[in-house]
Structures are given as structure tokens and as C-alpha cells.
Design a protein around this ligand. Structure first.
Ligand code: FES
Ligand code: FES
Length: 170
């Protein structure tokens, strides 16, 4: 929501990780730039800066988006979730448990994207996981542990009934 406009800058209200904040932006600011420089949320990274690597992935109304390609102005009426807002995501813990944590540049984007996959496609199989991960790049190591982590989060998710109760413990 636009709060006020003072020429070069516009004061807007942005909903990030469940909390609404008033900030001053320029019309050309990317969402990535606003998150990092205005809100101090540095989990999303600027790497390629042109939509190829996924290091800047955040959720916009639950959908994974490359925040380097999105203007903050375009996200004003949406709910944004960053890696900082996914502290309790089972995907985050699955990355730890499966040794899928890689460097600080690629890992946040993989976790955010993986969280969206588990949420949107709880029955995802190998082919969909492969396809889903194509939006995130790592040139230095393998993808196997990442796939294992996502599968393990999917399995854990499937052990929850529709009320969120862990059926493995009943
Ligand atoms: S920094 Fe956005 S996709 Fe690479
Ligand atoms: S880019 Fe992070 S480990 Fe390769």
C-alpha cells in the first residue's frame, strides 16, 4: 500500500513475514534491494541479478519468485515471506538433518523454493522435484543431499493428517 509520495521517494507499507512495515523506496527499487537494504533481511542474496540462479528467492503470496526481478512496487499488495520467516519450516530442519546446507549464497533460495514445493505439492515425486529445483543453481557441489532433504520433508509432511497431527505418533 502506498502511504505517501514525496517526489523521488514513496512511503509504502510492505507486509513481510507477517509484519507490516512502512518504508521509503524509489520506484525502481527491486524487492531484493528493499528487503536487504531497507529491512535488513539479508537471507535472500544478490548473485546473478538477472533471474538465473534463484539465490534471491522469496515467497510472494506463497509462490516462489526471484526478488531481483520484481519491483517492490509490484509487491505492495502481497504477503512476502523470506528465509527469515521460515525458521520453523520442516524443510529448513530437513536440510540440516540431510547435510544439504551448502554455501550462504545458494542455501536460502533452495530452502525457500523447497518450502514452496512441499506446501504446493505434498505428493511431489522425483520428476517434479527435479523440475522444481531447476530454478536454483549451484555450480560447486551436487544436488543429491538437497533432493534427499526435500523428500524427507515431503515424507514428514505426509505423516501429518489434515489437522496437522503427527500420525506417526498416534
Ligand atoms: S540473484 Fe535473482 S535469480 Fe540470481
Ligand atoms: S552456490 Fe552455494 S554451494 Fe554452490
Amino acid at each position: 500500500m502506498i502511504v505517501s509520495n514525496t517526489g523521488k521517494y514513496t512511503v509504502v507499507s510492505l507486509l513481510v513475514n507477517g509484519s507490516s512495515q512502512d518504508i521509503m523506496i524509489r520506484s525502481a527499487d527491486t524487492l531484493l534491494c528493499t528487503l536487504r537494504n531497507q529491512l535488513g533481511l539479508t537471507g535472500a542474496k544478490q548473485a546473478c541479478g538477472n533471474g538465473d540462479c534463484g539465490a534471491c528467492t522469496v515467497l510472494v503470496d506463497g509462490k516462489p519468485m526471484h526478488s531481483c526481478l520484481l519491483l517492490t512496487m509490484e509487491a505492495l499488495n502481497s504477503g512476502i515471506t523470506t528465509i527469515e520467516g521460515l525458521r520453523h519450516s520442516p524443510v529448513r530442519q530437513a536440510f540440516v538433518d540431510n547435510w544439504a546446507i551448502q554455501c550462504g549464497y545458494c542455501t536460502p533460495g533452495f530452502i525457500v523454493n523447497g518450502h514452496a514445493l512441499v506446501t504446493e505439492h505434498p505428493d511431489a515425486e522425483d520428476e517434479r522435484i527435479e523440475e522444481w529445483l531447476q530454478s536454483n543453481l549451484c555450480r560447486c557441489t551436487g544436488y543429491q543431499e538437497i533432493k534427499d532433504a526435500i523428500k524427507s520433508a515431503l515424507n514428514a509432511n505426509n505423516l501429518l493428517d489434515s489437522n496437522g497431527i503427527d500420525t506417526a505418533e498416534q
